[in-house]
Design a protein. Structure first.
Length: 313
């Protein structure tokens, strides 16, 4: 009986020595750490399994004890391994079920991979990777990036980039346009869009009646997460050249305005002079009227005296 147990123990030790994997437990550890249970050695070599087998056959008490201890650890290891095998078999069965369920959610048709009942569609072509979504009825459905997840393209937050474009554009609209009453106009502006803020600055100039020029730039002042590169500024520049006959029915240039002001001032001065002369003439006329009245009174007095002289005896 001892020889049968020793042979079984030896077979187990050979399995360990070949490097086959074993489930870790205290019994396996005890077998592997005890050279009398795990080291093959030669027949009669001390502290080896062959020594225990040889000595136990000779009714050596210590060898019998060591052999019994090794066989007990072997039995415990076998029981633990059987339990672990059962547990692993249950886990494998559960994993097989999960794999089957996952495989039922993934299908391929005409080169299109569908994931889920409300399917995410993936199709690889020679030049691109296409992606779209359908609902359970096969109708096109939106793809909603939600719950705080950010959609990045080359490290750039797409939603944030859209907000930056709105803020940069809004800031540029606050700058001056081509001036009509001065040769140059400059200014600064600010803009905001959905949490993004931007500042801008620029100038516009009317070079002559036909040619105008403007240039401006805006920028995001704060460093943003997932901003990427070249996503914090915007600029513009342009020329305006008028073609054909220029009509200015209501607007005039600065030169024309100055000439017109000079004429108005001259006319105003002349009108003042004429008004002064008219006032002087009015005063003279009043004086002449006064003198004429006096002459009329004198003439009337002389006429009355002559009449009285002709009536006297």
């Amino acid at each position: 009986m001892r020889r049968i147990l020793s042979t079984t123990l030896f077979t187990t030790v050979l399995i360990f020595s070949r490097g086959l994997p074993s489930q870790a437990n205290d019994f396996n550890t005890a077998l592997q750490n005890n050279p009398e249970c795990s080291t093959k050695g030669a027949i009669g070599q001390p502290n080896t399994i062959w020594a225990n087998r040889y000595d136990s056959a000779s009714e050596d008490a210590n060898a019998l004890f060591t052999t019994a201890e090794c066989e007990a650890n072997q039995s415990g290891a076998i029981d633990a391994n059987v339990s672990n095998i059962t547990t692993n078999a249950s886990g494998i069965s559960s994993n097989d079920t999960d794999i089957t369920n996952l495989q039922s959610l993934i299908s391929t048709s005409n080169g299109v991979v569908s994931i889920g009942a409300n399917s995410l569609k993936l199709q690889e072509t020679s030049g691109s990777q296409k992606m779209w979504a359908t609902n359970s009825s096969g109708e096109i459905a939106p793809i909603d990036i939600t719950n705080g997840t950010k959609l990045l393209i080359n490290g750039r937050d797409v939603d944030q980039a859209i907000d930056n474009v709105g803020a940069l554009s809004a800031a540029l609209t606050g700058l001056p346009t081509v001036p009509q009453d001065s040769p140059l106009a400059c200014g600064v502006g600010a803009g905001a869009h959905s949490g993004s803020n931007a500042f801008s600055g620029g100038c516009a100039s009317k070079i002559n009646e036909r040619l105008s020029f403007n240039a401006a730039a805006s920028f995001i002042p704060a460093k943003q997460e997932y901003q990427g590169t070249d996503n914090s500024w915007s600029g513009r520049a342009g020329f305006v050249f008028k073609l054909g006959k220029i009509n200015n029915p209501t607007l005039i240039s600065m030169k024309e305005k100055k000439a017109l002001q000079t004429k108005v001032e001259s006319l105003t001065s002349r009108n003042k002079s004429i008004e002064d002369k008219n006032k002087e003439l009015e005063n003279r006329l009043a004086l002449q009227n006064e003198r004429l009245e006096k002459l009329e009174q004198i003439a009337l007095g002389l006429t009355k005296s002559t009449d009285l002289a002709s009536i006297a005896p």
